[in-house]
Design a protein around this ligand. Structure first.
Ligand SMILES: [Zn+2]
Length: 859
C-alpha cells in the first residue's frame, strides 16, 4: 500500500540543490570575528574535486562579501570573480578558463556580519553583575545557515573535514568542534590564534565556532573529555549537566556499539539561543535553561528538562553527526530518533522518574496536532530551506519518537538495538535514508518493518481503534479509522499497520494478546467471556482507543487493574473523543469524578489539561462553577498529600503536590490555597533553605494569578536579578499570569522593548494570548506590532507565538483573515493548524458551552 514509489524522496532535484560537478573534501577556515563592530573576516582553502571540467563553481553564500577568489593546483593559479545570487543564496565563481577534472584548492577571502537573528554566525549579549554588557559570537547553522558564515557546499550529503583557526582577542575563549591543537600570539596586535585539530568528515550544518569570555569546568571522563562551558560566574550551575552528560554519552557508546566519534565534548550555554540546543559535533550549544541548573533549588520538572536536552544532543553525536540524512526530508528521523534515545537514556539514569510514562504527555500533544485535517505526514518532500524549517515540530519529534517506541516495543528492545547498531556501523561517516534504517531493522528482526513503518511515516494522521465485545461475548470486535478532532463527515479510507497489545480479563483469567491490525475490522477471539479489555497495554501505541459504552464502563469499574500509564491513556483518549464530539462532555466529567483517588502525576496532568481547556472555553459567568468542579476533583487528592512532603514520597509525588497546588490556586481559584501560598512564599523568602523546590514554581504562578501591581513589580525585579536560568524563566512567565489588564499591557510592552530576550519574547506573548483576562488585548497588540515582531523575533519562534490564537474564540473570523493577509515565513502548515485548533474550540463551545454550567451543577 505504501511501497517504494513513495519512498526515495531525496532524489528530488530542485533549484535549491547545488550542481555536483565540483564537490568539497576538506575546508581550512580562518576567521577573525570583531566583537565590537559585529563583523568578521574570513579566509578559506577548500580542497575540492572537479568531477567534470568547468569554468564555474557554484556554492552557497548568504550575507557575505567575497573579496578574492582563486583556484590552485601545483604551480597553476587561476583567479576568479564571484557573482552573488542572494535569492538563491549562492555564489557563482567564474574563472577565466576551464578547470580540468581532478583535485584543486579553492581559495576565497570573505567578510560577513555577526547578526542578531540567532542564526548563522551571530552575536549574543549578557550583562555581568556590575551591569556591564559583554558580547559573545556563536553559530547556529542547522538547517542552512552555515552559508552565512563561510562560502560552502551547504548540503548534508556533501561531507568534508574541517581544519579551523579562530583569531580572537587575547582574553577570550575560542571553541570549535575539535580540541585545541595550538594557541599562539597572532601577528595582529592584541589577538591570539587558536588552531583546532581536524574534524572527522561531517556535514556543514554541524560546524561551530564560539568566542567569548567563557569559562569551562574541569573535564570529566565520558569516554572522551566532557566539559560544561558557560559565561563567568555560573560554574555552580554546571554539575547536573556534567553528570547526565557523562552518563548518557557512555550509555550511547554502549548502546550503539561504537565509540564517540569526536575527540572531546563541550556542552556550551549561550545567553541567546533560538531553539533548545544544537548537536554541533563536540561543541554542543544550548540555551541556558536547558543546560545550567541548580540541583538544590530547581524543581524535578526543570531538572528533567536539562537531562532530556543533554541526552538528546549526545544521542545525535552518532545518529545525525556520524551518520547523517542524505537530504532534509530525513530530518524527522534524525530528530525522532534522538528524542527516542533521550527517553531511553534518562529512563536508564533515573528509573524512578518513569520517563516513558511521562512521555505519554508528549505523545498526546503530538496527537492533538495529528488529529487535525491540516496535519502532515511525518516524512514529506523537502525542497526549500523553508520546507526544512517546517520539519522541526511536534510531529517530527514527538510523533516520530512515538512510532519508533511503538516499533521497538513490538520488535523487542534488543532486536531493535542490534538493528540500530548495524545501521550506524554500515553508514558511519556517510549519509543514509529512512529506508536504510528499516532495512537494517528487518535484517535484525526478520520482520516486515518497512511495510509497517511506511503506514505511519507517509500517511498523515493516526487511527482511532474502536473495540466492542464480539457477538458471542468471547472476544473483541476491533476496527480502525482515521481520527479527526473536527470530523467533516467525509469518507476516509486510510489504514495503518497497528501493533495492538491487548490485555483482557475473561471468566478464565487474564489474557495477553499481541497482534497487528492491518484491516479495517477484525475479530479477536479471547477464549472466554470478556469482563474487561484494554487495547493499548503499556501505552506505547500511537493510536487512540474508543471503547463501546459497555466496555468503557467495565474498565472504569476496574481502574485498580490498570497501570498508571493505562489510566493516563483512558483519560486522554476519552477527553480526545469528547473534544471531537464522539462522546458528550457530561460522560467525561462523570468519569473524571472517579479519579479523586488518583495518585499518579501523569494521570493528573491529563485530567487537569482537560479542565484547563474548559477554562479557555467557559463563559466568565460560568467560570466559578468550573473552578468549583476543579476543587471538587483535585481537592481530595491534594488533601491526601498535604503541604508537607511525607517520608517516602517519591519525586513524582512531590511534583504532583506542586501541580495540584498550582491548579487549585489558579483555575481552581481556591482562596485557602491562595492564602497559604502567600504565607509560605513570604516565609521562604526569609529563609530560602525551607523552600520546597517542587512547590516553589506553583507559589509563583498563584501569587501572580492573585497578585497586584506591587507584586508585579516585585516579580519583575526577581526576573531581572534571578540567580538561575530557571528562576529567571519562572518569574518572567509569571508576568503573563497576572489578571490585571494594565499589568498585562506592561508585559506585552516588555516583549518588544528589549527587556526580554528575543529567544523568550514570542513565548511570553503566547502566554498572554492564553490569559483569559487579556487574550483579545494581546491579539490587538500583536496585530498592531506585527511587522516589528516579524523583524525582531527569530524565524522559528513567530509561528510558536501564534499558537496562542487558539484561545481567541470570539475573533475566529478576524484571526483567519489576518493570517490570509499576513503570511508567516515558514513552510508547512503550522498556522493552518493553529486556525483549525481555534475552529475546534469554537465548535466545542457551541456544542457544550451552554450546557457546561448545568452539567457541572447537575453532576
Ligand atoms: Zn535534535
Amino acid at each position: 500500500m505504501f511501497d517504494q514509489e513513495n519512498a526515495p524522496l531525496s532524489d528530488v532535484s530542485s533549484e535549491y540543490r547545488l550542481p555536483k560537478n565540483v564537490t568539497p573534501r576538506r575546508y581550512e577556515i580562518r576567521l577573525i570575528p570583531d566583537l565590537t563592530q559585529f563583523t568578521f573576516a574570513g579566509e578559506e582553502n577548500v580542497s575540492i574535486v572537479v568531477n567534470a571540467p568547468t569554468s564555474d563553481i557554484v556554492l552557497n553564500a548568504l550575507e557575505l562579501e567575497i573579496d578574492r577568489v582563486s583556484v590552485e593546483r601545483g604551480k597553476t593559479s587561476i583567479a576568479g570573480k564571484a557573482e552573488l545570487d542572494a535569492k538563491k543564496e549562492r555564489a557563482i565563481l567564474h574563472f577565466d578558463r576551464a578547470l580540468d577534472a581532478g583535485e584543486w584548492t579553492l581559495h576565497i577571502a570573505f567578510r560577513g556580519i555577526l547578526n542578531d537573528k540567532l542564526h548563522g554566525f551571530y552575536r549574543s549579549q549578557y550583562q555581568d553583575a556590575a551591569g556591564k554588557t559583554h558580547t559573545v559570537a556563536t553559530t547556529q547553522f542547522e538547517s542552512t545557515d552555515a552559508r552565512r558564515a563561510f562560502p560552502c557546499w551547504d548540503e548534508p550529503e556533501l561531507k568534508a573535514s574541517y581544519k579551523i583557526t579562530l583569531v580572537v582577542d587575547q582574553n577570550l575563549a575560542a571553541i570549535s568542534n575539535a580540541r585545541v591543537e595550538s594557541e599562539k600570539p597572532s601577528t595582529i596586535k592584541g589577538k591570539k590564534e587558536v588552531v583546532f585539530a581536524e574534524t572527522m568528515v561531517m556535514s556543514t550544518y554541524l560546524v561551530a565556532f564560539i568566542v567569548g569570555e567563557f569559562e569551562a569546568t574541569a573535564p570529566v571522563d565520558a569516554g572522551t573529555p566532557l566539559r560544561v562551558v558557560h559565561v563567568p560566574g555560573k560554574e555552580n550551575l554546571s554539575p547536573f549537566a556534567k553528570e547526565i552528560g557523562a552518563f548518557s554519552l557512555k550509555y550511547f557508546a554502549n548502546y550503539y556499539g561504537l565509540p564517540y566519534p569526536g575527540d572531546k565534548v563541550d556542552l556550551i550555554a549561550i545567553p541567546d539561543f533560538a531553539s533548545g540546543a544544537m548537536e554541533n559535533l563536540g561543541a554542543i550549544t544550548f540555551r541556558e535553561t536547558a543546560l545550567l541548573v541548580d540541583e538544590n533549588t530547581a524543581s524535578r520538572a526543570e531538572l528533567e528538562r536539562v537531562a532530556d536536552v543533554v541526552s538528546h544532543e549526545n544521542a545525535h553525536m552518532w545518529f545525525g553527526d556520524l551518520v547523517t540524512m542524505k537530504w532534509w526530508n530525513g530530518i524527522w528521523l534524525n530528530e525522532a530518533f534522538a528524542t527516542f534515545m533521550e527517553m531511553l537514556a534518562v529512563d536508564k539514569w533515573k528509573p524512578h522518574w518513569r520517563r516513558w510514562d511521562s512521555f505519554s504527555v508528549s505523545r498526546a500533544a503530538a496527537m492533538a496536532v495529528d488529529g487535525l485535517k491540516s496535519t502532515r505526514s511525518i516524512e514529506f518532500t523537502v525542497n526549500s530551506p523553508e520546507d526544512a524549517r517546517a520539519m522541526f515540530d511536534v510531529l517530527t519529534y514527538e510523533k516520530g519518537a512515538s512510532v519508533l517506541r511503538m516499533l521497538e516495543q513490538y520488535m523487542g528492545e534488543e532486536e531493535f538495538r542490534k538493528g540500530i547498531a548495524g545501521y550506524l556501523k554500515k553508514h558511519e561517516y556517510g549519509n543514509a535514508e529512512t529506508t536504510d534504517l528499516w532495512d537494517a531493522l528487518e535484517a535484525s528482526s526478520h520482520q516486515p518493518v518497512r511495510k509497517m513503518m511506511d503506514s505511519w511515516i507517509f500517511q498523515p494522521g493516526f487511527p482511532i481503534v474502536r473495540a466492542e465485545p464480539s457477538a458471542d461475548g468471547k472476544g473483541l470486535k476491533i476496527s480502525q479509522r482515521r481520527f479527526f478532532l473536527l470530523p467533516d463527515g467525509t469518507q476516509n479510507d486510510q489504514l495503518w499497520h497497528v501493533p495492538l497489545m491487548i490485555r483482557a480479563k475473561t471468566d478464565r483469567g487474564v489474557v495477553n494478546q499481541k497482534m497487528v491490525l492491518t484491516e479495517r475490522e477484525t475479530t479477536v477471539p479471547l477464549e472466554g467471556k470478556v469482563e474487561w479489555a484494554l487495547l493499548n497495554e503499556g501505552g506505547h501505541g500511537f493510536y487512540r482507543v474508543n471503547y463501546n459504552p459497555a466496555l468503557l464502563q467495565s474498565i472504569t469499574q476496574n481502574l485498580g487493574a490498570l497501570q498508571p500509564i493505562e489510566r493516563f491513556g483512558l483519560v486522554s483518549d476519552t477527553w480526545a473523543a469528547t473534544v471531537a464530539g464522539l462522546s458528550p462532555l457530561s460522560e467525561f466529567l462523570k468519569m473524571a469524578r472517579l479519579f479523586t483517588g488518583e495518585s499518579d502525576l501523569n494521570v493528573w496532568r491529563a485530567l487537569l489539561g482537560a479542565f484547563n481547556y474548559l477554562d479557555m472555553i467557559v463563559s466568565d459567568e460560568d467560570r466559578p462553577a468550573l473552578a468549583a468542579e476543579i476543587r471538587r476533583i483535585a481537592g481530595p487528592a491534594f488533601a491526601r498529600l498535604g503541604w508537607e512532603p511525607k517520608p517516602g514520597d517519591d519525586e513524582l509525588t512531590r511534583q504532583l503536590r506542586g501541580v495540584l497546588i498550582a491548579n487549585l490556586g489558579t483555575v481552581g481559584d481556591d482562596r485557602e490555597i491562595q492564602n497559604k501560598a502567600r504565607q509560605l512564599y513570604a516565609r521562604w523568602e526569609d529563609n530560602p533553605s525551607l523552600a520546597d523546590r517542587d512547590i516553589a514554581p506553583a507559589l509563583v504562578s498563584i501569587l501572580a494569578y492573585s497578585g497586584d501591581a506591587a507584586r508585579y513589580e516585585e516579580f519583575k525585579q526577581k526576573f531581572k536579578s534571578a540567580r538561575t536560568p530557571q528562576e529567571e524563566q519562572r518569574y518572567l512567565f509569571s508576568l503573563a499570569n497576572f489578571r490585571d489588564k494594565a499589568l498585562l499591557h506592561r508585559t506585552m510592552q516588555m516583549s518588544l522593548d528589549g527587556e526580554v530576550r528575543t529567544q523568550n519574547a514570542p513565548y511570553l506573548m503566547m502566554s498572554v494570548l492564553m490569559n483569559n483576562v487579556a487574550r483579545y488585548d494581546a491579539w490587538d497588540f500583536i496585530r498592531s506590532h506585527w511587522d516589528e515582531m516579524t523583524r525582531k523575533y527569530p524565524d522559528n519562534a513567530l509561528p510558536r507565538m501564534c499558537e496562542g490564537v487558539v484561545s481567541l474564540l470570539d475573533k475566529q473570523e478576524e484571526v483567519t483573515k489576518f493570517f490570509q493577509e499576513h503570511r508567516v515565513r515558514l513552510g508547512g502548515k503550522i498556522i493552518d493548524q493553529h486556525l483549525e485548533r481555534l475552529a475546534i474550540a469554537v465548535n466545542f463551545r457551541r456544542r457544550e458551552g451552554a450546557k457546561l454550567a448545568a452539567t457541572l451543577k447537575g453532576g
